[in-house]
Design a protein around this ligand. Structure first.
Ligand code: ADP
Ligand code: MG
Length: 684
């Protein structure tokens, strides 16, 4: 069977179901076969309710009297009911799983697996999993004896839109003979057996125990990592085939710009600068990532590199993710480069006299153009664009390189430098980012005071936070106050920007308070940001639009409401908005509820190192999610965990052999599947 065929070509999947699956991203037979169980449930020791003993138990029965009510704060949904079998009944409780109220069909029998325990003076089954029990289905039939029925080891799939977990189980079961015939995807490695793919898929979908499931999953992860690494190597190979202009290093010029700096470069900055200046000299395009924590001083490194290019007669473009950030860059670069005779221009949506400016760009009068990435996607023409710097994005994909090729001269590809403050864990560097050279600025300039971070409960704000706010404002400092939502939503209890701004106006009647959010027009956002920058606002209540790059050194206090609702990387970025000046800065992570703070918040309280936090983040969350936040979800990593460095090394070795001795032409399916990895990009 061709894995590229639509899911409807499988037995048991009709047009309508296929449509629902498609909407959930499961389009082809391959997609379905690789829709792996979320977890497994061991139904090997089924107990009659009358014989239940406290501990982990599995029971079979019907559910009755199911209803949901809410706890005091409405944050806790309690779904309660009674499970009955032919011996007795038992209370069952789920917390914050209100979908359970609709999960069960009347009269049907289900399997429940969970903890049987004494709670609030009663025995109950707490938050068990629940699966439909089908008498006739093969895996469930092998009853050993009525008391201890062996229902085996069962996969549990996640629901996807309208498709329920049990439906996935059925589709996969029906397709079992087809899965057994799936041909291998990867080239044969000398040390691996044939038919590993079909075997592994079977192990994952129909394991006899957890060990078998893990084995299957490990091979599929290996496949995925192999694809990623191969895609990166191919990209690098393609990049190496391109030609670009040599922009020679001249010691005199570099000394000249460095001598104008009001500080000395840190060792990390020096090393990174040197890497880049050398790359620029080569006739193949640079493809380098410059990573350094917020405030580590990446901009000046970029400026020194830009100066080398400009002195060699080339034009340089710097792309920023937002127009606020582009405006800030142009300001600091102009201060640095204007005295050296460099002409810098800002090109963003609100730029006046655009046509005039574009003429100067085309003629080559302007040396350095700063703007959002629209610069490379719209009709701006350059005279000789040979160097492209991109801030706070992660890389150029193949498509962007193509576009840039069209903008540069004589088919020469521009040199590319990406800068990021979200460090890439080492394991990702080897795989997904394997086509990039990486330079790292490991430490901030000396003399910076680390931001003091504190987790507090919402109810403790009056005691611990408000006095601090007053103090900072009295000392002439400014405050960011981050909320998740723009407006109040009656269904959620998250604090909104508008409500919070009103509330703060009452608490701090003498202070100037304003707000900012992503739904405002760009010009309005810029205006508020400028007001904040020039000190006309004391407290800026905002959504995360201020997350990247904005530089207001006088802001010393960052308050993040509902901090548990944000990811670690994002919290670190937000915190990086303060601590940019000479004053001690503070960050308050405000959490609602009474539960102890998550590991995420505790790590953030402990550390200000983006590199450390990125590693922690990779451990706490799946790599898919991390990558998702880097790449806006372009890549959906299904299986691989980047913590398995042995697996990564093995795959990397096999890719090397493959690149040396084999060709993708011999593997049409592989050629097809790695395309999507090769296209990875954040810019569209
Ligand atoms: P980021 O890496 O976050 O982009 P910036 O380039 O904006 O950091 O630099 C942050 C601040 O640090 C700027 O005001 C910059 O002038 C200053 N800076 C950069 N390098 C040094 C250095 N070596 N010593 C002292 N200050 C520096
Ligand atoms: Mg920056």
């Amino acid at each position: 069977m061709n894995l590229e065929e639509g899911v409807e070509s499988l037995k048991g999947i009709g047009k309508k179901t296929a449509e629902s699956l498609r909407k959930g991203g499961i389009k082809t037979v391959r997609d379905l076969f690789y829709y792996l169980p979320r977890s497994y449930e061991n139904f090997q020791n089924l107990t009659k309710i009358a014989n239940l003993k406290p501990g982990k138990v599995v029971i079979k029965g019907q559910i009755e009297n199911l209803n949901t009510h809410y706890g005091r704060s409405r944050r806790l949904a309690v779904t309660e009911g009674v499970i009955k079998d032919d011996t007795a009944s038992v209370r069952v409780v789920w917390f914050n799983q209100s979908y359970r109220a609709k999960q069960f069909q009347k009269g049907k029998t289900y399997l429940f697996s969970g903890n049987f325990e004494l709670k609030y003076g009663r025995l109950q089954l707490t938050s068990p999993s629940a699966t439909l029990y089908e008498e006739e289905s093969d895996g469930l039939k092998n009853a050993i004896r009525p008391e201890k029925e062996n229902l085996g080891f069962q996969p549990i799939y996640s629901a996807k839109l309208a498709i329920k977990p049990d439906q996935f189980k059925k589709f996969i079961k029906t397709a079992k003979p087809e899965i057994a015939r799936v041909p291998d995807l990867l080239p044969k490695a000398s040390n691996l057996k044939p038919n590993l793919r079909s075997e592994s898929l079977l192990k994952v979908h129909f394991p006899k125990d957890q060990k078998e499931a893990d084995e299957g999953r490990k091979y599929l992860a290996y496949e995925e990592i192999f694809e990623l690494i191969l895609a990166a190597r191919l990209n690098r190979e393609e990049n190496q085939k391109l030609k670009s202009e040599k922009l020679p290093f001249k010691a005199k010029n570099t000394k000249e710009i460095i001598s104008t700096l009001p500080f000395t470069l840190t060792p990390g900055q020096k090393r990174a600068t040197w890497d880049i200046l050398q790359d620029l000299e080569k006739p193949v395009p640079m493809n380098r990532l410059l990573q350094g924590d917020v405030g580590s001083g990446k901009t000046v490194v970029a400026a020194i590199a830009a100066y080398q290019a400009i002195k060699a007669g080339a034009q340089v473009a710097l792309l920023a993710p937002t127009s606020i950030l582009a405006s800030q860059h142009v300001e600091s670069l102009d201060t640095l480069l204007k005295p050296l005779g460099v002409k810098t221009a800002l090109l963003i949506g609100s730029t006046k006299n655009k046509a005039e400016l574009k003429k100067h760009i085309k003629s080559g009068d302007v040396n350095l153009v700063v703007g959002t990435h629209a610069i490379i996607t719209d009709d701006t023409e350059f005279n000789n664009l040979a160097f492209c710097i991109i801030d706070e994005q992660h890389r150029f994909g193949v498509a962007q390189r193509q576009k840039l090729l069209l903008k540069s001269k004589d088919g020469l590809a521009p040199h590319l430098l990406s800068m990021t403050a979200t460090p890439i864990p080492r394991s990702l560097e080897l795989t997904i980012f394997g086509d990039l050279e990486v330079s790292t600025i490991p430490e901030p300039p000396k003399g910076r005071m680390p931001i003091k971070t504190k987790i507090i409960r919402e109810m403790d704000q009056t005691e611990f936070l408000y006095p601090k706010v007053k103090e900072e404002i009295k000392n002439g400092r400014q405050v960011y106050w981050i909320c998740k939502a723009i407006e109040d939503n009656p269904k959620e209890e998250t604090v909104s920007v508008k409500k919070q701004a009103e509330k703060l106006a009452k608490i701090f009647p003498k202070s100037k308070i304003d707000f900012l959010h992503g739904r405002m027009k760009p010009a309005e956002k810029d205006e508020k940001m400028l007001k904040f920058q020039s000190g006309k606002i004391d407290i800026l209540v905002s959504t995360t639009v201020v997350e990247v790059g904005v530089n207001v050194p006088n802001a010393t206090l960052m308050v993040i409401m509902d901090a548990e609702g944000f990811g670690l990387a994002q919290l670190h970025q937000l915190r990086g908005r303060v601590g940019r000046g000479e004053h001690q800065s503070f960050c308050f992570l405000v959490k609602s509820g009474e539960e102890p703070p998550s590991r995420r918040l505790r790590e953030l309280e402990k550390s200000t190192s983006g590199f450390y936090l990125a590693e922690v983040d990779l451990k706490i969350r799946g790599p898919g999610e991390i990558y998702g936040s880097l790449q806006s979800g372009v890549l959906d990593l299904r299986i691989a965990t980047f913590s398995d460095t042995a697996l990564i090394r093995a795959a990397s070795k096999q890719v090397n052999e493959f690149m040396k001795n084999d060709s993708l032409e011999n593997y049409p399916e592989l050629a097809h599947t790695i395309k999507k990895y090769q296209q990875l990009t954040t810019l569209n």
